[in-house]
Design a protein around this ligand. Sequence first.
Ligand code: NAI
Length: 337
Amino acid sequence: MLTRSAARLLSTQTRAFSTSSARQTKVAVLGAGGGIGQPLSLLLKIDPLVSSLSLYDIRGAPGVAADVSHIDTESTVKGYTADQLDEALEGVKVVVIPAGVPRKPGMTRDDLFNTNASIVRDLATSVGRVAPEAHILVISNPVNSTVPIVARTLEKAGVFDPRRVFGVTTLDVVRAARFLGEVSGNDPKNTVVPVVGGHSGATIVPLLSQNAYGKAISGEAYAALVRRIQFGGDEVVKAKDGAGSATLSMAYAGAKFTNALLRGLNGEKGVITPTFVKNNVFADKGVDFFSSNVELGQNGVEKIYPIGPLSAEEEKLLEACLPDLKKNIEKGYAFVA
Ligand code: NAI
């Protein structure tokens, strides 16, 4: 049940969340004290499908938990310190991971690999041991490599299920809708386009031709729009000038994807969104993970959709994406091996 104030908040401030049933779920945020973790925890607190929120970080999570716990929605919130990861994961159904370092100006997401790979591997090891059936949503970059790291780590522990490990690429989808809305003069809800591939630079492939407004964009305007969708994250990194990367829009995107998964888990039909999962879409090219439209359901990934018809420009974007993506995935695998 929605409290009245939560219902008001949800209806007036965001259309990211919707409810489909009364079933509720325990969700953990690992990295809850960070730039993304804090606003993400806030947004999950006002998601009526979350019954209990478990906030973990190596620093600062109890403070975030105490703060967020005063919000007048029904869910309970608890914060955990560095040595309490196992307790934080007890009984958790969904684990969202924004733990790790963000980019500074001039850095690519791959530059974060050395620090974030081990953070993500260690967290995945604990999830595999304490909550082996949890759905894991990876935000930590480089997503193209951290998701294969999580998968391999769980595989080694004998608990990997490809229906339950997701790279969160929702921010690319959010940006694409917003930027196409801007250039075409439309409400972003009418300019939603699938963004497929991976989550960094040239591996981000927006399929503008699959939206009527997107299809109408051509020439220089098309090239500029594609570039902005692929490198939109750099605008934020540059504007923050050393203070990190996207946190607020990422928290929104992370909460939006979590809500979509929770709706699917609760039995809602037709919840379809791109996400970076293990699949066979380009297995023939040696690419094990690829983001394309996925139907989310009671087991997590229910159905993976083919990418659909591509324009000539999109064929080229895809050609550029696949070799990079393959390298990123192999780098992740090699780290665990
Ligand atoms: P941040 O530095 O503000 O926060 C990271 C948090 O992780 C810190 O509170 C830190 O204490 C915590 N942490 C570090 N090691 C940990 C561990 N072993 N266990 C638990 N917590 C740990 O960074 P921010 O801005 O929140 O970014 C987090 C990650 O998200 C970065 O890797 C960033 O690149 C990525 N990101 C991903 C996006 C996407 O679209 N998937 C978009 C934007 C950022």
